[in-house]
Design a protein around this ligand. Structure first.
Ligand code: F6R
Length: 602
């Protein structure tokens, strides 16, 4: 999704902005641009497509001590050079980058900009014209920017430069992430700390509605009423090596391989030496008497929620409902009397989930965000936060965040069940079992050659594929299918095995791949029956089974682990299946078409 970087106070602004934009590439974008300036010159350069296209257009003259850059993921208007940011005002004096969506752009245009002409079709261009319209009424840049903020409705993170004052970046945010980073004799802005880690690891969070004046030596934060705000900076707990690929060809493979280490890190962060879970007592007290838990998330995070439902219900006796954020917000079900909300979000910035949290906060219900990003919007706005400790996930296709979400939900369920005095929670040796999962994950990760060969045999030619399973194996099937379709573009669906014969079996043709997941004795026997049904209609079946239930003909045999944690293991070969299928089709594993890593528009 769109990314912003900016710097004031260093002579090589162009280079720093390009490097920062490259660090944001993983989030998905379709065009990029930058503006740099100094006392005497300024340059605006934009390009459609990859940042490489932008770099190729840069000449030595494109230099400055101040600048802003942007990666754009199209919302209003096609991906094109005209629509790429930064955008300029009518006189070209003001230059603006923007993340988010301005809801009242048409109204702004007709109210303030009747005589203006526009280069592209974006809402951002309207915003920068509005700022200038207020300057034309006699306001200075700061006052005009502030007045524009008061009439703009929607989500935004803005970085604005006035060509007549090349020492200041004006910044504001509402619902879209934006940070200010502090340097020695320079300061930076960015939508994600990773973009500017090479420059600084000290950042200041901004709150919705605030405006910040950023110069080389100072930052001045103001609230909507113009009061000065003092805020401590924090040190980003990120390491540059976390965001490098190292010797891996793709981030996705690196992140799949990191999963055993992530499981162990979760144990280190949530358990003491004796293996007892240590969680915030306030969180457990807030949850223990709740009559229903609502897990809210999108895509892979929602799939992790389904597995979490099984674990939480088993260990705590509290019923759990799973809801898609984009549905829940505008179609809220009848809530129980004492609901508790869990927001699952790797990025902590997903707009669909955030709009639900805003409504939940208005209703005064307690909430917990489980996220990979400390200080993210969903983390700040929920009552409680638990971190995934998975390290930055760069590949668009989520892998280690999915398994980390399940593991952290299990941490929570174990602690909550024990808090409620439930025997099934006390008896569940979670830390020991998760340690076994980590070791078992390693053995699967070592089976890359086998999985690559199976992919060549089953998925090279096919147009579509099905994953089937029952219970938790069905939940993993949904995630396995999402992974396969989002990066290899094979039309893949995850089905409850018993449901196939109620319609979908009509799609089975000679050679259609059907991958069955089997980790439960009772349901596994039924799934085997369903595999026979599709085989007799021409399907080519592949079985992933746990060792205790495996038959000699099963192609992928997984170590047997605790049934509540089986999803952590069964998903790993399916991630590798998606990876190899994509590689064999020659697509970019880390950057699938049309997708963004952090989806900050609804
Ligand atoms: C798929 C994937 C997405 C995300 C979804 C929610 O691989 O990554 O389905 O899970 O966009 O994102 P977060 O978890 O950041 O809220």
């Amino acid at each position: 999704m769109c990314g912003i970087v900016g710097i004031v106070g260093k002579p090589n602004a162009t280079e720093i902005i390009i490097k920062g934009l490259e660090k944001l590439e993983y989030r998905g974008y379709d065009s990029a641009g930058l503006f740099v300036a100094n006392d005497t010159t300024s340059s605006l350069v934009k390009a459609q497509g990859r940042i490489k296209n932008l770099s190729d257009k840069l000449t030595p003259e494109v230099s400055g001590t101040i600048g802003i850059g942007h990666t754009r993921w199209a919302t209003h208007g096609q991906p094109s050079e005209e629509n790429a940011h930064p955008h300029t005002s009518q006189s070209q004096r003001l230059v603006l980058v923007h993340n988010g969506v301005i809801e009242n752009f048409e109204e702004l245009k007709s109210t303030y900009l009747a005589a203006d002409t526009f280069i592209g079709e974006t809402d951002t261009e309207i915003a920068v014209h509005v700022v200038e319209a207020f300057m034309n009424q006699g306001l200075d840049t700061k006052a005009a920017f502030k007045k524009a903020l008061s009439v703009i409705r929607g989500s935004y993170a803005f970085g604005l430069i006035d060509k007549e004052d090349t020492e200041t970046i004006y910044v504001a945010k509402n619902k879209s992430p934006l940070l200010v980073g502090l340097g020695d004799g320079f300061n930076v802005i960015c939508s994600d700390a990773m973009a500017m880690l090479e420059q600084t690891n000290r950042f200041v969070e901004l709150v919705d509605g605030e405006m910040v004046i950023v110069t080389a030596d100072a930052i001045a934060i103001e609230d909507q009423e113009g009061h000065a705000i003092e805020r401590e900076s924090y040190e980003a707990q990120l390491d540059l090596t976390d965001i490098e690929k190292g010797t891996y060809p793709y981030y996705m493979l690196k992140e799949i391989d990191e999963q055993p280490a992530v499981m162990r890190r979760i144990i280190q962060n949530y358990a003491n030496q004796e293996g007892e879970i240590q969680l915030d007592a306030d969180l457990l007290n807030a949850m223990k008497d709740r009559d229903r838990i609502y897990i809210i998330g999108c895509g892979t995070s929602s799939h992790a929620g389904w597995v979490g439902k099984k674990i939480i219900e088993t260990l705590t006796n509290i019923p759990v409902e799973i809801h898609l954020s984009s549905e829940f917000g505008y179609n809220m079900p009848l809530l129980s009397e004492k609901p508790f909300f869990i927001f699952l979000s790797q990025s902590g910035e997903t707009a669909d989930s955030r709009q639900v949290l805003v409504k939940i906060n208005e209703l005064n219900y307690p909430s917990l965000t489980i996220t990979n990003v400390a200080g993210s919007t969903l983390s700040r706005e929920a009552t409680y936060t638990l971190l995934l400790h998975a390290g930055p996930e760069i590949a668009v296709a989520s892998t280690k965040a999915y398994t980390a979400q399940i593991a952290v939900l299990a941490v929570l369920a174990k602690a909550l069940g024990q808090q409620k005095g439930l025997a099934q929670a006390a008896d569940f040796a979670f830390v020991h079992e998760l340690g076994l999962v980590a070791t078992a994950m390693e053995s699967i990760i070592n089976e890359k050659d086998l999985i690559s060969e199976l992919v060549a045999e089953y998925l090279t030619e096919t147009r579509n594929a099905f994953y089937i399973g029952r219970g938790v194996d069905y939940y993993v099937s949904m995630e396995a299918a999402l992974k396969l379709k989002e990066i290899s573009y094979i039309q893949a669906e995850g089905f409850a095995a018993g449901e196939l014969k109620h319609g979908t079996i009509a799609l089975i043709e000679e050679g259609t791949p059907v991958l069955g997941i089997i980790t439960d004795e009772v349901t596994g026997a039924h799934t085997r029956g369903n595999l026979k049904e599709v085989e007799s209609r021409g399907a080519k079946t592949l079985v992933l089974a746990s060792a205790d239930l495996a038959k000699p003909t099963d192609q992928i045999v997984l170590p047997t682990v605790h049934p509540l944690l089986s999803a952590l293991l069964t998903v790993v070969p399916t991630q590798l299946v998606a990876y190899f299928a994509t590689l064999q089709r020659g697509y970019d594993v880390d950057k699938p078409r049309n997708l963004a890593k952090s989806v900050t528009v609804e």
